[in-house]
Design a protein around this ligand. Structure first.
Ligand code: ADP
Length: 274
């Protein structure tokens, strides 16, 4: 077989993308999409002159159209490819959710169909002139979508900086942490560098008195201990905050809704380290 021409198309489209940030988690429901959303919004808000895109490849559970308040938006195809939805002037969103007739459609997709979709997303979405950050919100675990996206975005040439990085999200629960270990092993295997680990929902912010309480016993060590064990940087901890849950569920701009809150400060210090 000759070389796959679509690889060249992906390469051409991705050549102007400086950083490709994979947001990964072993389990569903640990806050991966929430963090991907916060990261995209924060990076775009910090630098109006930088272009940020969020690509939602969570085929069986695309959350970003809802979280970005773009549930009723549609994407269109033009001569230069698919036009993403612009949430802000410098924040573009593309989601499998925009293309599915019904959310049930994707559940029965097999590997090759998923691979094809990812290839199309990476080669046919017109992100504009150049992208500083492409953030990928992925399904939980390490499945077809991860293999496919990393096969296109992670360079196999030793020493070449492909700009691809992973951020691992976990809760402090032992089950979630075991999955992150697998996730880290996956990254090592495919040559994807890990920026670090973000712990989510280890503490709780009371909406009434605003006091932060610990939910899990500290002696379990949580994300920090896991990072140490795996020799990965610990990027920080995002508290369980009902205001954050509501803001994401209603597609509000979290940065405005939660301005100056301890939760947003925690998120901001994590973004500083990415
Ligand atoms: P995943 O992408 O890992 O499946 P989500 O980001 O969709 O997880 O989060 C699952 C649910 O938990 C969502 O309803 C989300 O709003 C909520 N959630 C996630 N992180 C937090 C947090 N730090 N505080 C409050 N709610 C959160």
């Amino acid at each position: 077989r000759g070389p796959d021409p679509s690889v060249e198309l992906v390469r051409a489209r991705m050549s102007g993308v400086k950083k490709k940030l994979f947001v990964l988690s072993g389990k569903g429901g640990v806050g991966k999409s929430t963090f991907a959303n916060l990261l995209a919004r924060s990076l775009a808000a910090r630098s109006p002159d930088k272009n940020v895109a969020l690509l939602d490849i969570d085929i069986c559970g695309p959350s970003q159209p809802r979280m970005m308040g773009a549930l009723n938006e549609q994407v269109h195809q033009s001569g230069s490819g698919w036009c993403p939805v612009y949430v802000e002037e410098n924040l573009a969103l593309m989601s499998i959710g925009f293309l599915l007739g019904s959310p049930d459609d994707a559940v029965i997709w097999r590997g090759p169909k998923k691979n094809n979709m990812i290839k199309q997303f990476l080669s046919e979405v017109d992100w504009g002139d150049s992208l500083d950050y492409l953030i990928l919100d992925t399904p939980p675990g390490t499945s077809d979508e991860h293999l496919s996206a990393t096969s296109y975005l992670v360079s196999r040439t030793p020493g070449e900086d492909d700009g691809a990085r992973a951020i691992l999200i976990t809760t402090p629960a032992e089950v979630s942490i075991a999955d992150v270990r697998r996730e880290a092993t996956f990254c090592k295997r495919v040559g994807l560098k890990v920026v670090g680990v973000v712990e989510n929902m280890a503490t709780f912010v009371c909406p009434h008195c605003k006091v932060t309480s610990e939910i899990f016993p500290r002696d379990s060590g949580g994300g920090e201990k896991l990072s140490e064990e795996m020799e990965l940087p610990f990027l920080g901890s995002v508290p369980l905050d009902p205001i954050l849950a509501r803001a994401c569920d209603e597609g509000q701009d979290v940065l405005n809704t939660m301005a100056d809150s301890p939760t947003l400060l925690a998120i901001s210090s994590i973004v500083d380290r990415i």
